[in-house]
Design a binder for this molecule. Structure first.
Ligand code: DC
Length: 216
């Protein structure tokens, strides 16, 4: 059996990764994986268990022993904690502020990489994050990096009702030592400041189909 195809979509915060990854996954019939949600879930668990996210050792210890399960529901992978899917809880301002610290812990990144690679058991994937093409699936031929101007990204977040300093979060994600946010080697870079989601996902799909056609 051929090994599953992984489409890696990385990029800055609010660059349209989720919207486009979902559109691409739906168009291709692939499974959608939001790896940011997995980091958010651990940050939420730290807050819930009163583990200081500034204490890397304590965060790593919690990550070693938490009871999780990866499931696939309606074409999307979910990370359950103690059988629970914290869908709303991981989107609060408190969790958003805590997640870059959790994501900077090397042992956490090892755990996440292993779990994310295990998602191929569900089939072909569209996986979005910050280090998918550079670190989690460096071997994939399908790498995309999305970006947009800071003004445009801040406007998008505000339209979702979220006020957040994206520049600070991007800097933290780019400057950490472990698997920082970067343009993966061989990635197609798309700046979508002036593009609609349909146009952006159209560009991604055209590139995937071209490469799949070339391979076939
Ligand atoms: O995409 P998001 O905003 O839900 O991501 C939440 C945080 O998790 C973000 O600060 C960066 C981090 N993250 C990461 O370090 N690596 C990933 N593959 C995905 C997210």
């Amino acid at each position: 059996m051929p090994s599953p195809i992984v489409i890696a979509i990385d990029g800055t915060s609010a660059s349209g990764k989720s919207t486009n990854a979902k559109l691409v996954a739906r168009a291709l019939g692939y499974i959608y994986v939001d790896t940011g949600a997995m980091y958010r879930t651990l940050a939420w668990q730290c807050l819930r268990q009163r583990v200081a996210v500034t204490d890397a050792k304590a965060v790593a210890a919690l990550c070693r022993k938490w009871k999780t399960q990866l499931v696939c529901v309606d074409g999307e992978v979910r990370l359950l904690v103690d059988g629970y899917f914290p869908q709303k809880e991981i989107r609060t301002a408190e969790t958003s502020a805590a997640v870059p610290q959790v994501a900077a812990v090397p042992k956490v990144r090892d755990w996440m990489k292993q779990s994310q690679r295990a998602c191929v058991k569900f089939g072909n994937l569209v996986m979005e994050g910050r280090d998918i093409g550079s670190n989690v699936f460096p071997e994939t031929e399908f790498k995309f990096y999305l970006d947009a101007s800071l003004d445009e990204r801040s406007r998008r977040r505000a339209a979702e009702g979220v006020r957040e300093n994206l520049a600070v979060r991007d800097r933290r994600d780019s400057e950490r030592a472990a698997a920082p946010l970067m343009v993966p080697l061989g990635a197609k870079v798309i700046n979508n400041s002036t593009l609609t989601a349909e146009q952006t996902s159209g560009l991604i799909l055209a590139e995937i189909r071209r490469r799949l056609g070339d391979a076939g």
